[in-house]
Design a protein. Structure first.
Length: 110
């Protein structure tokens, strides 16, 4: 079954609607958001204890398995899992607090 109306794109007609300034602005905004996310994650990771931070980085950033981390850290796998669980909870709490603070700052400046 063929569509009754095939879409036709005329780039000359569409071209007038595109602003040349939107590209860099969009890229800058995306870069700024990525920077805020990176800062928030860095702050949250620094809020963890040294052992918890190391386990989170090994597991989530370096893709190490639980058993590999347990061997490396010389602790039982269950302890590694507990550290991961508690770390995720703490990271979530810190990131929520950061987002709440950031939205309040935006409200003040808006």
């Amino acid at each position: 079954a063929r569509q009754k109306h095939c879409p036709v794109f005329n780039t000359e007609v569409l071209g007038w609607r595109q602003s040349k300034d939107t590209g860099p602005v969009v890229k800058t905004a995306a870069g700024e958001i990525a920077g805020h996310v990176k800062d928030a994650l860095q702050e949250a990771l620094m809020g963890l204890g040294e052992v918890q931070r190391e386990i989170v980085v090994l597991f989530h950033q370096l893709d190490w398995s639980i058993s590999t981390i347990a061997t490396h850290m010389d602790m039982p796998e269950g302890t590694v899992k507990s550290h991961l669980h508690r770390s995720r909870q703490k990271l979530r709490k810190i990131l929520v607090e950061h987002a709440t603070h950031h939205s309040r700052v935006n409200e003040v400046w808006s």
